[in-house]
Design a protein around this ligand. Structure first.
Ligand code: SF4
Ligand code: SF4
Length: 192
């Protein structure tokens, strides 16, 4: 993790947990490289300043000296995170290239996102909130069936991640937002 960073949101997860999560998520969504469908749009600067938030504790997977990553820090309370998140959140920008085995959780899970139903049951679903206008796999789920192994391993990884109560709080908040958006008119534009 970088030197001289501000106080980050704390985590109950260990480096071994994150290693396990990274390994579980090291499997592709399709039988072929989905980047061929869109010129790897999710790795491009498809809007100015686009980057990824790391999860609490995920900074343990980085030295902060990776030449392919630029680090920024955002105050959690000013960027829509749950009130339980106290401190700064690491926001990284990659310039569109990375050693694939080092990519963050947010890149590994996409185009799936974790979902917690109102009864508290965890599952994964297509990431409509960030992916609908970006990703052909999200817009066309019947044409591009995700590999079962990808779905199962991403779910397993989120089971580990949501043992952290702060990550569970964020996943729950995003799930309620997704419930609201399910009634939006654009929701019915895809073939899903
Ligand atoms: S996940 Fe979606 S946006 Fe990213 S490369 Fe694959 S098809 Fe393109
Ligand atoms: S870190 Fe790698 S996988 Fe993630 S957006 Fe950047 S280039 Fe793509």
């Amino acid at each position: 993790m970088p030197d001289g960073v501000p106080r980050l949101v704390s985590s109950t997860l260990s480096k071994a947990d994150y290693r396990n999560v990274y390994e579980l998520m090291d499997t592709p969504p399709l039988e072929f490289d989905c980047g061929r469908l869109c010129q790897s749009l999710c790795c491009q600067e498809y809007e100015p300043g686009v980057g990824m938030y790391l999860l609490p504790g995920e900074e343990c997977m980085f030295t902060g000296k990776e030449p392919w990553l630029k680090w920024h820090y955002h105050e959690a309370s000013e960027h829509g995170f749950p009130p339980e998140w106290d401190g700064q959140v690491a926001f990284v920008v990659c310039r569109g290239v990375c050693p694939r085995n080092m990519r963050p959780v947010q890149c590994r899970t996409f185009p799936l996102a974790p979902y917690v139903d109102p009864a508290g049951k965890l599952s994964v679903c297509l990431d409509y909130l960030s992916g609908y206008f970006l990703c052909p796999l999200v817009r066309n789920p019947r044409r591009y069936r995700l590999r079962k192994q990808f779905e199962a391993r991403v779910l397993e990884a989120w089971r580990i991640l949501t043992k952290d109560p702060l990550i569970l709080a964020e996943v729950t908040a995003c799930s309620r937002k997704l419930d609201e958006d399910r009634n939006a008119p654009w929701w019915r534009l895809g073939d899903g």
